[in-house]
Design a binder for this molecule. Structure first.
Ligand code: NAD
Length: 498
């Protein structure tokens, strides 16, 4: 666990880190063809970490050509699944071997507490890669129940060249949710990390090679969304885009596909998840603790964050007090301190955005019961206090828009029907939770919630075997589980007349 090293030791290690800061294309680190770079700034203290290659359409084109050549050659796509499995498990093992280094890169780059990058992000990413490696040689294709005069095989083939465009909140973990199934299925890929957090993606590229993934199969192209991201979305030889990020940008990818080669697109987008606490919840203390973790973990920069707390009127005041008490552990602090449970916001822009939502909540008449201000400004970094609004109406901006920060909107409701109505009154449909001791109510509510994930008497539970993804404008397609493979394979029917 992270706590093995002290703040001084992590700080010392941070000072000695070397950064991979060039694109990784065709098995080599290369600068952007334009020679341009962008600054990688740590949100912990506002200091520069390194300058990273700012790739654009020209680099994307080289990367796509490398990925295409690798795919068509069969060096990876043509391997027996059992051989891909071994290489992927080795890749996962190498990630674990370099856990502390990768965790440190993640923490310095985007500000999350080291205790979580070592215990959640890096092991979670490695587990995901290994899981798909382990799964891939256990899946069978189909034979259709045709007339006996024929045999029809239904086989799953890799789609080809996949572009994965990912966000900054769990940089390596979100990337791995793509890398695992994409590579296991035999595709070649180009990963574009977010410009706020490119460092772990660049570092694992060489680990992939060391594990035995052939050159050209796994490429990493850092750069901005409007340039590198858009170029991937519009490239005529990319077969599939798998995207995690905002709903706004997700819609661009649909447009890019429509205006280029009609490539497949799958979208894991934003959320405004309702966490419904009924008066008959089995354990209000446990529910309050989960509500606090649900919104304040990872500084609230979580797609399925429990950002709307819906509490039955009869217990609301008591419950809000419990959530405030349970939030004490989320005091902003130096992310390199293993005791810190709430780190820095990813950058100045996101900090400004979150603060503008806090202002909007106040202006619309919601009541700040906790937090509401910036913290640790003397560090030069970007920190915001965990913030709890009460007396929120679901029509308010802070209840409708994804804030992606440590801001909780508490909304009262009368009865179950009222709770379901409010919960579904959003453009999003990623996740939801309901707390009740009545099994029948739990099923009824779960059936009526328009979200891809529903939790009962818990929040944010799941493992690699459970699919994750949204309804409505939270996107479509699923990450994790065997369902994710559907996005990266296509179905071929071969009919043999006997
Ligand atoms: P974002 O949409 O701004 O960026 C995501 C990625 O898209 C980045 O790599 C970025 O460079 C790229 N991009 C940005 N503009 C682009 C453009 N015009 N064309 C092509 N690519 C472009 O999102 P973000 O701020 O990095 O991440 C936060 C968002 O991600 C939140 O909305 C959050 O809910 C969502 N998210 C969703 C999930 C999920 O599984 N549903 C998981 C994590 C994060």
């Amino acid at each position: 666990m992270a706590a093995a090293l002290t703040l001084d030791q992590w700080t010392d290690q941070a000072g000695k880190l070397a950064y991979r800061n060039q694109a990784f294309i065709g098995g080599k680190y290369v600068p952007a063809l334009s020679g341009k770079t962008f600054e990688c700034i740590s949100p912990i203290d506002g200091k520069r970490l390194t300058s990273v290659a700012a790739c654009d359409a020209a680099d994307v084109d080289v990367a796509v050509k490398a990925a295409r050549a690798a795919f068509e050659s069969g060096v990876w796509s043509g391997l027996a699944p059992a051989r891909r499995k071994k290489i992927m498990i080795r890749f996962a093992d190498l990630m674990l071997k370099h856990r502390d280094e990768l965790a440190l890169l993640e923490t310095l780059d985007m500000g999350k507490p080291i205790r979580f990058s070592t215990s959640v992000d890096i092991p979670g990413a490695a587990n995901c890669i290994a899981w798909y490696g382990e799964a891939i040689d256990k899946l069978y294709d189909e034979v259709a129940p045709t007339d006996p005069s024929a045999i029809a095989f239904i086989r799953k083939e890799p789609v080809g060249v996949v572009a994965a465009v990912v966000p900054w909140n769990f940089p390596l973990l979100m990337a791995s949710w793509k890398i695992g199934p994409v590579l296991a299925a035999g595709n070649s890929m180009i990963l574009k990390p977010a410009e706020q957090s490119p460092l772990t993606a660049l570092r694992i590229a060489e680990l992939a090679m060391e594990a035995g993934i052939p050159e050209g199969v796994f490429n990493v192209v850092p750069g901005f969304g409007e340039t590198a991201g858009q170029a991937l979305g519009r490239h005529m030889d990319v077969d599939c885009v798998t995207f995690t990020g905002s709903t706004e940008v997700g819609k661009y990818f649909l447009k890019y596909a429509g205006e280029s080669n009609m490539k497949r697109v799958s979208l894991e987008c934003g959320g405004k998840s309702p966490n419904i606490v009924l008066a008959d919840a089995p354990d209000l203390d446990a529910a309050a603790k989960a509500a606090a973790i649900g919104i304040f973990f990872n500084q609230g920069e979580v797609c399925n964050a429990a950002s709307r707390l819906l509490v039955q009127d009869s217990i609301k005041d008591e419950f809000v007090e419990k959530v405030i008490a349970a939030s004490g552990r989320f005091k902003p602090g130096n992310p390199l301190d293993p005791k810190t449970q709430m780190g820095a916001m990813v950058d100045a822009t996101q900090t400004k955005r979150v603060m503008s939502y806090i202002d909007a909540g106040r202006n619309e008449g919601a009541v700040v019961r906790m937090g509401g201000s910036r913290a640790l400004t003397e560090t030069g970094g970007h920190y915001i206090e965990p913030t709890l609004f009460d007396q929120v109406d679901n029509g308010m901006k802070i209840a409708q828009e994804e804030i992606f920060g440590p801001v909780l909107a508490t909304i009262g409701f009368k009865d179950v029907d009222d709770a379901i109505r409010i919960a579904n009154d959003t453009i999003y449909g990623l996740a939801s939770a309901v707390w009740t001791r009545d099994i029948s109510t739990a099923h009824k509510v779960a059936n009526k919630l328009k979200t891809g994930v529903v939790w009962v008497n818990t929040f944010d539970a799941g493992d690699m075997s459970t699919p994750f993804g949204g309804y409505k404008q939270s996107g479509f397609g699923r990450d994790k589980s065997l369902h994710a493979l559907e996005k990266y394979t296509q179905v071929k029917m071969t009919w043999i007349q006997l």
